[in-house]
Design a binder for this molecule. Structure first.
Ligand code: MN
Length: 203
């Protein structure tokens, strides 16, 4: 009847030393759990939407009762974006993209290094809170972009492949004001196998 969070595919400490266990625990069990709680509370007022996939709700906000639209946008986005963020990472420390995505990154951005530089710039350039994304546009081209707050790529007609959370709560305990260091360290956590699967599914 209500939305739930998928199980984490690794322990809170699995992303150490790049992201510390306490940060992952608070991020998942407090921040994301609160988005979930608020999403479910808002949808109690229009419970027929519990039957819809979250992705569909997020691109159909105009069909929701006006008084819950903003709550569902922010909290539903908070649930959806964090699910993708957790899924984008793995403790494997495999540092290179694989398969079709590796080829597409080179063809689109010139090299993996160039791609990393542009992606980090998107994360660093997001003023305030939000995310940096690698997504696929309607012409199936890879694009790097960023979103504010809990907005999501689906609302810009983009299909997300990879995401890093640049809200301060994602890195503050370990990196404080050093978002650039968090972003440049984050590459060691990317689950390129998952990114490849998402890319193939988006084509
Ligand atoms: Mn977050």
């Amino acid at each position: 009847m209500s939305f739930e969070l998928p199980p984490m595919k690794y322990d809170f400490g699995a992303l150490e030393p790049i992201i510390d266990a306490r940060t992952v625990e608070i991020h998942h069990d407090k921040h994301q759990a609160t988005y979930l709680k608020n999403l479910n509370a808002a949808l109690e007022k229009a419970p027929q939407f519990f039957d819809w996939p979250l992705e569909k709700i997020l691109v159909s906000l105009d069909q929701l009762p006006a008084e819950i639209r903003t709550a569902v946008k922010n909290n539903g986005g908070g649930v959806y974006n964090h699910n993708l963020y957790w899924d984008s990472m793995a403790p494997s420390h495999a540092s290179q993209p694989v398969g079709s995505l590796a080829k597409a990154i080179e063809a689109t951005f010139g090299s993996f290094d160039q791609f990393k530089a542009e992606f980090e710039k998107a994360g660093l350039g997001r003023f305030g809170s939000g995310y940096a994304w690698l997504s696929v546009d309607p012409s199936k081209k890879l694009v790097i972009h960023s979103t504010a707050n809990q907005d999501c790529p689906l609302q810009e007609n983009l299909t997300p492949i990879l995401v890093v959370d640049v809200w301060e709560h994602a890195y503050y305990l370990k990196y404080q004001n050093r978002r650039a260091e968090y972003l440049s360290s984050w590459w060691l956590l990317v689950d390129w196998q998952v990114a490849e699967e998402r890319y193939l599914a988006a084509l």
